[in-house]
Design a protein around this ligand. Sequence first.
Ligand code: ADP
Ligand code: MG
Length: 714
Amino acid sequence: MQKLSPATLGKLAKLGIRQRADLLLHLPLRYEDETRLTPITALQPGETAQIEGIVTRCEVAYRPRRTLMCRLRDDTGELVLRFLNFYPSQQKQLAEGKRIRALGEARLGYFGLEMVHPKCRAVEAEAPLNTGLTPVYPTTAGLSQILLRKLIAGALNTLPLEDTVPDSLLQRLELPGFAEALRLLHNPPPEILPDALETRSHPAWQRIKFDELLAQQISMRRHHRERQRRIAPSLQSSGSLSVRLLAALPFGLTAAQQKVRAEISADLVRAHPMQRLLLGDVGSGKTIVATLAALQAIESGYQVALMAPTEILAEQHFLKLRDWLTPLGVAPVWLSGSLKKKDKLVATQRIASGETMLAIGTHALFQAQVEFNRLGLVIVDEQHKFGVHQRLSLRNKGKVENSISKVKQGGNEPATQAVQVVRQETGEDANAVSPMKLDYQEPHQLMMSATPIPRTLAMSYYADLDVSVIDELPPGRTPVVTKLVSDTRREEVFERVRIACLDGRQAYWVCPLIEESEALQLQTALETFETISAAFPELRIGLVHGRLANEEKATVMAAFKAGELQLLVATTVIEVGVDVPNASLMIIDHAERMGLAQLHQLRGRVGRGAAESTCVLLYQSPLSELARARLKVIYENTDGFEIARQDLQLRGPGELLGARQSGVAMLRFADIEADEKLLDHARQISDTLLNEAPEIAQAHLRRWMAHTHDYWQV
Ligand code: ADP
Ligand code: MG
């Protein structure tokens, strides 16, 4: 690489090639077949092929643009080569009487069969054909295929291509060695079928995709392990508060809730930070599970922070947990950005002094001025709504504020206990524990999400987390009936809403999402509210939207919850978490504009009580093909995981995870859906490699890391 000009190096860097080894993994997009010649009469329109013939005529025509037209004849027939942009040298190369080999796609043009801008070269009669397919590499302006091929061939011949996957494993998975796979992909032998390469189903491609997935898994599993070296308080409690809470609840936990509760509880006892993602479909009952985890921390003398992405949801949690926990002597404190200065000060003081054990609020909880006395557990609801950076800042807060000196001031010495546990678990000599370790005590983290992530995505993107899944809904729910209704029948829908409300039911009217403009969305919500209020003077109607002052929002929500309002006109602010069991009818206006996960979340706001619920998806016709396919998925499925899986197929992982997650490494070659089997193997093997051959795992990672953003430690 040293001999290359800075300009060329810059272009290579654009392709992700920063060191010679990166050339190896710069794999062909496709291949050209210059191993054989096709007789001109045998050409099919649409076929890409190489032909050879003599130029019988070459002229510049104006039809209407300046075009170089060249007739080429072989023993079987004739065809036209056409060039729109050309150099005099090309014209010369294609002079009458020359023998030319041309590679291109045959098309049916005005003058019969033609090739537009074929790749041409002059040859001698009987010139030898290529013996293998010619690779075509992804490239960038000003970087020729010829140079790329030369550089790559050089790298292939001189760099070590040692294998990072054990032989026995390759045999079991029926995958070729690394060197063999690379050589084949860069220089396919003549007998290979281009199709197997182009669809990337060939074992050589499988090997590369496997390696890529393996690198991803190793990286994430390493972060996961690295966590086992950090220290968190061991939250051991007698569980008496939990027993009392459970006894007071009108329901018992489902088997799934019990299972995940046990998983979380076991993590909290350990002296290493938990980072667990609790996945459970809308309405599966995550809040109570989180509350029980909070009680475990509180009983052990540690504070808990519960954070939700919106004021509405955070406030709802606050009210619910206050109801549940006040009888147990635990009084949560509320903290949000909208609190009056004085109230905020009181709240932060109570948090800093350790007087309050449970703080509930929005991300205001994690702003710099909020100091925790002994933060032991952080719970983040609807974590997918938060960016990765918020996740990070939250972990750091625990680190800084919870240093050992602070803990010691508290009198108790849980950090010392933690260190002892670490010593036992790691078999470390007590004296060998570095003092640095004592300075770090991190809170445990429980992240919750109702956006069901398909298994493959969870494995790929959350492999650094432990995942618990609540896979059943509490009993006694009647499934929501979903109806797809065209906008042309709006009047009918109005009438149904009116009848339902007069019948004692409560309903949501969700206003159209207008992604481009919040102002426009607000305006639409106001207009909808006015239209509906005018149409139904006899109903008590409320309005919530993102711009409402928080107190007003809370008042409206409380009135709806208490049954004082019959109809709630709302923007998608009600999407997450809102829990009003008596609401049994939901209209979603312009449903075609919303994402599937969002529709599923919204629909989950009804069907929470015993009454039969209905969700009407009002759509504007005509629907695009994709919109139709998506609404069909929502219409036909109630299981959030199935919806997410189909969503993934329709949209691809990037969009499903949302822009916020786009910092997460995207795979270059593998496709987590199509290559699910390889992903499974990679997952298993990454652990084995890290255990048994960490230096090989490291080498493997290094080989792939140049292209992969190491963003996973967040
Ligand atoms: P989500 O998982 O969507 O956050 P919630 O925690 O809000 O769900 O629970 C939805 C509703 O189900 C709440 O009203 C909650 O009190 C109730 N619930 C939770 N667990 C059970 C259960 N095991 N049996 C009956 N109802 C339950
Ligand atoms: Mg919830």
